[in-house]
Design a protein around this ligand. Sequence first.
Ligand code: GLY
Length: 303
Amino acid sequence: MLTVVASQNGSFGLPDAWKILQDGGSALDAVEAGARAVEDNPDDHTVGYAGHPNIHGIVELDASIMDGATRRAGAVGSLQGYRHAITVARAVMERTPHALITGSGAARLAAEIGETQENLLTEGEHTYWAAEVGGSKAGLLAQVRQFTRDPRDGAGTVDFLAIDRDGNLASAVSTSGWAFKHPGRLGDSPIIGAGNYCDNRYGAAACTGWGELAIRASTAHTAVMAMARGASPAEAATIALRDLFELPTDGLLPLMHIVVLSPSGEHAAATTTAATTTAGARYAWQAESMSELAVSDRLVVQP
Ligand code: GLY
């Protein structure tokens, strides 16, 4: 059952992913292509080129990709100067003996595989950063605390899950992370099990939202393991989000959105926010017999 499931901002890249599946390509190729397209989208300020910068005004990207057939995975963190973080993550998986490479090492790998170096900070994002942070004379820790008070202000990421003709699953996640984050901060997106997990036997899951919570609770892995115990995707998404409600969050909403796909193509998505205006409120998907993608509401799971 050919299927692609994505966070709502993935609608931009879903046709690319879908075309690959329809042409007989692999789920891995499909999720990479979908994420690459979103990384190219200058109107998406949470992923790739034109992403929100860190507290110093520098765009740092995180991404991961996972192959459900083998549970091989690759990830990059704090990648500067290269927009296609997902392709560099795939190179980590396929061309190195490693699973996660960060910082200057990730940039070095990007150059090695022929990716184009560029400044990812657009004029608009520079203006945004300068207006919010630029004049601050506070020290680094005080700045980070001041400008990252609520993850709702700076969260965003793109997720892709897919099943190909051979029944293989793959997952991809890419993000510029929390706006104005501490330099070098990694969210859940490059952490396998936190923001991304995929296993042909049980299914795949990927998160967007407050990355620190998904790291603390291994949220994507929690959802896939729930399916391993027989839960449906909707039940698995609910279990994974409910698990976050046990975490102390200083009174903040435990902001999290998750997409889940079973090996048979059943899918669901859930969110902890009922605000219909947020990007996390819906998700996009396409399956066989559909001529175009659909955008559906997520289940709302609240404390
Ligand atoms: N979920 C993306 C991040 O926290 O960076």
